[in-house]
Structure formats: structure tokens, C-alpha cells
Design a protein around this ligand. Sequence first.
Ligand code: TXA
Ligand code: MG
Length: 335
Amino acid sequence: MSKIIIETKVIKINDLYNDSIEYACNILRKGGLVAFPTETVYGLGALALNPDAVRRIFEVKGRPQDNPLIVHLSCLEQLESVAYLEPRYLNIIKKLTPGPVTFVLKKKKNIPLVVTAGLDTVGVRIPAHPVAQRLSQCAGPIAAPSANLSGRPSPTDAKSVIEDLYGRVECIIDAGESAFGIESTIIDLTKEKPLVLRPGPVTIEELNEIFGEFGGVEYYVPKSNEKPLAPGMKYRHYAPEKNLSLVEKDKISDYANKDVLILCTRETYEKYLKGAKNVHIIGEFGKPYTIAQNLYKSLRFVDKSSYPEAVIEKLPEEGIFFSIMNRIKKAVSKQ
Ligand code: TXA
Ligand code: MG
């Protein structure tokens, strides 16, 4: 891992029209790196059309070279400057943007190959977060992966970004907690049928409705001998350093007051663990988006706690829970 070498400016932002946006844009224009908020997780941005700046993202994160980056844009016109948009999908893309969705489209020539890791497609996203919007509007298309060191849980607040990237990037913009807390849903629109490569805040059920006229979406699961369509899928993700295992709700009381940290929903705590000290609440079962919002902070907490290992409650696999379980399973399997 590279040494701490540069000065990092942390900017707290609550006014979009103040000098801070201009300050961050200037860093980007000079080829620097800016960590910024989006409504999913924080991103680590460089100007997408500057290959040297983009290369630094890979270095700073310790990211494998074959894992492509998502390009963040402020509007559809900007999106069309970097990717080909098939007219048949235009209305749907309008419905889903701005928001927590990434589309894989055929790339235009101006996008450097380092951004797409050599692929002829590019992941594009128009985030709804006003800071992300303003940055790409003022500075141009921004290539950005999540703003964590490779393999770690994605950051959902500036504190988590600071833990991973302080001293490695020029600027970190702090705009509080991310609203969704898990990364965007990725839909590949370059195939016969829309393929969901990564489940996220917009659920498969919602997408099946939205893509109704195309017969819905397919959820992509790579075959064991196949190179996955989203190269990032093959890498270790989200896992704490300590051992973490998945436990069925009705077995969770076996761990009460043991030397194990229990990550569970408030409802499970009330029903099975009331009074136990070794519990960390990850959100409310009845409000599953609160679990998405807290998940990565909870996974980071595993390594900060004094417990040598942790267990996490198994959740059902439908709706937004499906996306949450997708991340939990990766964290548990250490893959
Ligand atoms: O919500 C998000 O998507 C956040 C925020 C910052 O926008 N970004 C994010 O980026 O999660 P990252 O790099 O952590 O994950 C991007 C995923 C990787 O699995 C990568 O392989 C996939 O998107 N990806 C990017 N471009 C692709 C392409 N052209 N084809 C297939 N998969 C692609
Ligand atoms: Mg990531």
C-alpha cells in the first residue's frame, strides 16, 4: 500500500453555490482526485477524459486494473457525449434518472480505455445527489468507483472515506450520510434482454415492471467457468478482517452474551436477544431501507469492536432485501 504523501482537504458542504464546488472542480481539472457524496455511497472521482488522473484512482484504491469504473454525468445530453443510447430504452432511462441506477452501454471513442478496463462498453450513471450533479455539470464527466480501499465496505459517510483515503487524495467532500447506503443497481442494456449485473436500491421487482414491454429484466448469475460480465464481481468485497458468519434468526439467541458481536435487526433484538450486551443493531426489519443505509457502517464496526468475531442475521431474499443479502453474502464469503 502506498505511503501517505499528499495533503487532503476535507470540505463540509451545505451550500451548493459556494466556493467549495469550484474548489473541488479545480482539483479535478488539474488531474486531482475528489471523494464526493452520491445518494448510494461516496465515490472517488477523477475527470473521465483524463487517463492519467483515472489511473491514479486505481493506484490509490489498490484496485485491480481489469475492473472498470462508472462514469458519472449530470444529464442525458452529457451521457450521450460518452455512450450510445438506444432509442428503444430512452423513456425508461428518463424514468430511472437521475437516481441510484447505472446503465452499461456501448462506449463512445472519447472515453479512455483505462476507464472501461479495455471493454467497449461503459457504465454510466446520473446521480440524484446535488453535489455529484454540480461537480459533473461544472467539471465534466467524472469516473468514480466507491471511495474505499479495494475490498473494504463502501463508505456511506465522510468519516469512512477519511478512514480509507486521508492522505491519498486531494479533497474529500463531506455532505453527511448517503441516503441509500448500497451501490447503484447495474443494468446492462447492450444485450438482447436487459440484464441486471448488480442488484441495488432499485429492486428487480420494480425493474420487471418498468421494463414490462421488454418482457422484464434477467438477473445475471455468472456460471462458475465464465468470466463475469461485471468484472468487479469476481473480487473480494465488503468483508471485515474478522470472521463474519450468517445466522438464521431463530438460532441467533445461541450467541447472546458470548464473545461474538451480533449484527441484527431491531425486531430480532427485541424478540430473541433482549438485554444481551453484544448486539449491534443494523436497522429495522419493518423499514428495510434503514438496513441498507447502515449496513456498511455496521460491517466496518465489526473490525472496530472488541469482539474477535461476528455473526449477522440472515434476511429474506426479495425486494430490497435481495440487494442487501447480495452484499451480506459477499461479506460473509470473503469473495
Ligand atoms: O452507486 C454506485 O454505483 C457507486 C457510486 C460511487 O456511483 N459506485 C460504485 O462503483 O459502486 P464500483 O467501482 O465500486 O463498482 C462498479 C461496478 C464494478 O463491479 C464494475 O465491474 C462494474 O460496476 N462495471 C463498471 N463498468 C462496467 C462495464 N462497462 N461493464 C460491466 N460492468 C461494469
Ligand atoms: Mg466498490
